[in-house]
Design a protein around this ligand. Structure first.
Ligand SMILES: NC(=O)C1=CN([C@@H]2O[C@H](COP(=O)(O)OP(=O)(O)OC[C@H]3O[C@@H](n4cnc5c(N)ncnc54)[C@H](OP(=O)(O)O)[C@@H]3O)[C@@H](O)[C@H]2O)C=CC1
Ligand SMILES: CC(=O)C(=O)O
Ligand SMILES: [Mg+2]
Length: 496
């Protein structure tokens, strides 16, 4: 830590950490676990975003498996080349939507590597059981295609049948190589592939999409926790999103599902509590024909509305959620409007990295005169407003996927079910204490994350057993203790 702290530039800290992961894996995890709040912004958002942008020029050694169009027909063989054989979790990307930074092609590898480092540090999955994969079908990023240090195929992205066939071969080869209980986490695919891949493989593989489902679970947890401060039930609130892609519609659907479970109203009805704005304005029924399929359920009856500010003033949401990938879109006018009709407006700026956050913590607190309940996808420092220090929470799927993954692994689950996402969410919300609320937090601090992950894993595993989706029988009597006992700890062995 002494050495890492000497670097002033976050990217240098990132490179030093990646070197350490390569040279002394146990020490890497020991540092990450013992200094999680300090190191998370380095190995994860925001620094990992910059690392991906510059991945080619800082490239040392490959940290995961690259599978390109050139490997078509021999992906099974490529997988068998990976030195570890007992793989339990794969995080796979094709690099087309890396955080809010767009198409970074093969350089998106930083994301599966970072996510899996968190699987180990935050969720206790053995490092040797984790496999980062980047599927290289080219990139449409002109800068990268012309960059002499670009590490991937220099061609525009393959699409259609060529893309589908490569992905299908990969999914089949994974099952053939590692069996049906290996967990595959889809990460940072563009939405025109993400929803279809999830729908296609969720009935045959143990898969989930972190951006659609993990994010939904973490945000629902924050909202449920926030109800203790703002009052009412979920059904009493009105939700407005800026951004109607994977994160936006994924969260929207889980909120509607939870309200439906709580009220016994059909989900078609509870969806009416939720509104979304995309790059063309409010999603309304008159736009239905031209909408992508995942937006159609949200096309409610309403006049067309072009801007976010007009949508806020018309809909009067109690909760405003940013999932647009575009920074600075929660303007002063938008936040002041939220604060004009809400005593405690809930404002979540989920877009990553920090540069893409819809607003900063300072803006949320200042423009709402210290009344906003704020959390963001990337971390912000505590902010002092009129003598009170506010701690902005981090609404990031990193709270969910490590514990969710551990729960699936330890129960031997064969499928991911929405009720597991709800169980994970409930477990996370239950970890927020009065002391956290007093500081303005709607998430518990990351310093307790391994305990939180064990609680999440236990609830997810319990749900897997209840749904008949678990294969490790009989179930352990104390699932929390069992989760803790399964967790990898970075201790040196003593040699005789
Ligand atoms: N905190 C967390 O845990 C997570 C955060 N995220 C972040 O969320 C962001 C979005 O990710 P994802 O949902 O996967 O991306 P998508 O590309 O699927 O969706 C982006 C959405 O934002 C809309 N949009 C883009 N620009 C604007 C604009 N100027 N005004 C209004 N809407 C706009 C798009 O509109 P259109 O459809 O019209 O193109 C689209 O609906 C990223 O920055 C990502 O980092 C994602 C997952 C987890
Ligand atoms: C956190 C995350 O998964 C994202 O920003 O894409
Ligand atoms: Mg992601």
């Amino acid at each position: 830590m002494h050495i890492i702290r000497q670097y002033q530039v976050p990217l240098q800290k990132y490179m030093a950490m990646m070197d350490l992961q390569e040279s002394n894996e146990k020490l890497f995890y020991k540092l990450l676990i013992d200094n999680v709040e300090e190191m998370l912004p380095i190995v994860y958002t925001p620094t990992v975003g910059e690392a991906c942008q510059k991945y080619g020029s800082i490239f040392g050694r490959p940290q995961g498996l690259y599978i390109s169009l050139k490997e078509k027909g021999c992906i099974h063989e490529v997988l068998r080349n990976w030195p570890e054989k007992n793989i339990e979790v794969i995080v796979v990307t094709d690099g087309e939507r890396i955080l809010g930074l767009g198409d970074l092609g093969c350089q998106g590898m930083g994301i599966p590597v970072g996510k899996l480092a968190l699987y180990t540090a935050l969720g206790g999955v053995r490092p040797s059981a984790c496999l980062p994969v980047t599927i290289d079908v080219g990139t449409n990023n002109e800068n990268l295609l012309n960059d002499e240090y670009y590490i991937g195929l220099r061609q525009r992205r393959a699409t259609g049948q060529e893309y589908a066939e490569l992905l299908h071969e990969f999914m089949s080869a994974v099952k053939q190589t590692y069996g049906e209980k290996v967990l595959i986490q889809f990460e940072d695919f563009a939405n025109h592939n993400a929803f279809d891949l999830l729908a296609k493989y969720s009935t045959t593989h143990l898969v989930f999409n972190d951006d659609i489902q993990g994010t939904a679970s973490v945000v629902l947890a924050g909202l449920v926790a926030a109800l203790k401060v703002v009052g009412g039930t979920l059904a009493d609130h009105t939700f407005l999103f800026l951004g109607a892609g994977e994160a936006g519609t994924g969260i929207a659907e889980l909120i509607a599902l939870e309200i439906s479970k709580q009220t016994n109203m059909p989900v078609e009805e509870t969806r009416k509590k939720v509104w979304l704005v995309d790059s063309k304005g409010l999603i309304v029924s008159s736009r239905r024909e031209s909408l992508q399929h995942f937006k159609k359920p949200w096309a409610h009856e309403h006049e067309p509305v072009k801007t976010l500010l007009d949508a806020v003033n018309d809909i009067k949401p109690t909760v405003l959620i940013g999932t647009s990938g575009v920074g600075k879109t929660f303007t002063k006018e938008v936040i002041e409007a939220m604060a004009s009709f809400n005593e405690k407006p809930i404002i979540l700026s989920l877009s990553n990295p920090t540069s893409q956050s819809e607003c900063t913590a300072e803006e949320a607190y200042t423009w709402s005169q210290g009344r906003a309940i704020f959390a963001s996808g990337s971390p912000f420092a505590p902010f002092e407003y009129e003598g009170k220090t506010f701690m902005p929470g981090q609404a990031n799927n990193a709270y969910i996927f490590p514990g969710l993954g551990l729960g699936l692994i330890m129960s031997g689950a064969i499928r991911v079910h929405d009720d597991m996402l709800l169980a994970a969410s409930e477990a996370l919300a239950a970890q927020v204490t009065q002391e956290n609320f007093d500081q303005g937090l709607i998430y518990p601090p990351f310093k307790n994350i391994r305990k939180i992950s064990a609680e999440i894993a236990a609830k997810v595993a319990a749900k897997a057993y209840e749904l008949g989706l678990a294969t490790r029988v009989p179930p352990p009597r104390d699932l929390v203790k069992h989760a803790e006992s399964c967790m990898y700890s970075p201790a040196y062995r003593s040699y005789r």
